[in-house]
Each structure stands twice: as C-alpha cells, then as structure tokens.
Design a protein around this ligand. Sequence first.
Ligand SMILES: Nc1ncnc2c1ncn2[C@@H]1O[C@H](COP(=O)(O)OP(=O)(O)O)[C@@H](O)[C@H]1O
Ligand SMILES: CC(C)(COP(=O)(O)O)[C@@H](O)C(=O)NCCC(=O)O
Ligand SMILES: [K+]
Length: 244
Amino acid sequence: MVLTVDIGNTRIKAAVFEGSTVLGKFVFEKNELEKKIKKILKKFQNCSDLVVASVGNIERQSFLALEKELNIHFLTHEDVFPFVNKYATPKTLGIDRMVLAAGATLQFPKQNRLVIDAGTCITYDFIDEFDHYLGGAISPGLRLRYEALHNYTARLPLLALEDPGSYIGNTTAQAIHSGVVNGFVYEIDGFIDEYRVRYSNFIIILTGGDTEFLAKRLKNTIFANSNFLLESLNQTFQYKIDND
Ligand SMILES: Nc1ncnc2c1ncn2[C@@H]1O[C@H](COP(=O)(O)OP(=O)(O)O)[C@@H](O)[C@H]1O
Ligand SMILES: CC(C)(COP(=O)(O)O)[C@@H](O)C(=O)NCCC(=O)O
Ligand SMILES: [K+]
C-alpha cells in the first residue's frame, strides 16, 4: 500500500492506494499534518511507502520521524519523470505541476494534453504528443480572487463563493460574484480556445479544489477528476520504481 500526500498552498490532500485502487481519501489543514498522517497509518497498517509532493511551506524534515515505519519519497526535480521538460527554468517548476504532467503523460499516452488545476492558483500545463512538457500559465484561483479584491481595496467585502445571477451585477455583491466567478470561467474557456487554435486535438484534464464547481460551467468538454493529482502521485511513484 502507498500513502500519497499532496501539500498545496491551501490544504493537504492524501490518499491510500493498493495498486491503482483508492482505499481512502483525506483532506486536512497544514497544522494537522502529523496527527492525521499517524491516524491514516494506524488505519492502513500495510502502508509501505509514503509519497509526497509539497508546494506549501512543509519540507522533507516534517516526515523524518516516520522513516522508521515506512519509506519516505519526498519528490523533487531530481526524480525521474516520464516527459522531457522544456520549461526554461526547470528547477523553479512546481513539483505539483510536474506530477500532474507525469500523470497526464502516463494515463493518456501519445496525445496532446492540457492539465488545468483549479486550486489556490489555477495552473495550466501542456504536454504534447511527443511527451514534451512545454509549460502553461499560473493565475489566481477562485478563493484567491475573492480574497485579493477584499485585501487590496478599502470598500470591497470578503464574500463566500456564490453563483452570479447575471454577468451584469447590479449590487456590489453581485458585481463581485460576476467578476470573480464569470472571470474565472471565461479565463479557462478562453485559454482552452487559444490552445485549440494551435493544436487541433488535445485532451483536457481538470482537477483541484474547484473542479466540481467549475466542471459544469465550462463550455468545453473536459475530464473532471478532483483526485487526479493524488492518482498521478501514485503513478509517478510506480514509474520511479520501474525506471530508477
Ligand atoms: N473546505 C475548503 N477549504 C478551502 N478551499 C476550498 C474548500 N472547498 C473547496 N475549496 C476551493 O478549493 C480551492 C483550493 O483548492 P485546493 O486544491 O485545496 O488548493 P491547493 O492544492 O492549492 O491547496 C479554493 O479556490 C476554494 O474555492
Ligand atoms: C503555481 C503554484 C503556486 C500552484 O500551487 P497550488 O495552487 O497548487 O497550491 C505551484 O505550482 C508553485 O509554487 N510553482 C512554482 C512556479 C512554477 O511552477 O513555475
Ligand atoms: K494549482
């Protein structure tokens, strides 16, 4: 059994895999890391490996205490990945994006793939049919947009996510919801349309905390899978074992 852990900038997601089957999935806050991991390992005592991708402020050292219990794999740029990295600054590429690209490459062979991760940030990652990772984009995520409007103005309230009634918001609240939610959806559909100009065929994988909210609002056809990063972590680990 393998325990995969995805440490994002907002939350931690974890899943236990037996082969490619998910036996359990967990979401928790960063201050609960140790407590929750111990609880998961108590429940799934056959876990032999722990695989971590962290873009948050949690480092390798946080897992050292567990080394007696199981093998720790804290993924970095030094690991083997199933694509050719064409990013001009490969060392600054987020490890989460590398894992997503690995999952897309392994799960959808020999085709162009666009991975969209709607988390704290929205990340776009494109891997072409020759398994070249080309790059993509980083923009503020849904919750971050609401928070940024509030934090960097004097008069805008902090609102909780709500469906905008119309794109013409006629109150402050409705104008914010329209700007944030519609802007988010238009941006993603706009990026997809732009990729389509250059690549006639590609598959689109949508993941991240806002997957469900977003999936039904996009005009483009996508594979929506909020577990894609955790599944990709499991696949990246299997790939590492086979190719190291
Ligand atoms: N309980 C929750 N706490 C925080 N964000 C949530 C929650 N449920 C859904 N979200 C949405 O998930 C997004 C963060 O996604 P997530 O994948 O958890 O981020 P990260 O991987 O960067 O930590 C936010 O934009 C927010 O709208
Ligand atoms: C862009 C990110 C902040 C996204 O993080 P997330 O939204 O998943 O929490 C992360 O992938 C990161 O820190 N990237 C480094 C810069 C880069 O990928 O080029
Ligand atoms: K992201």
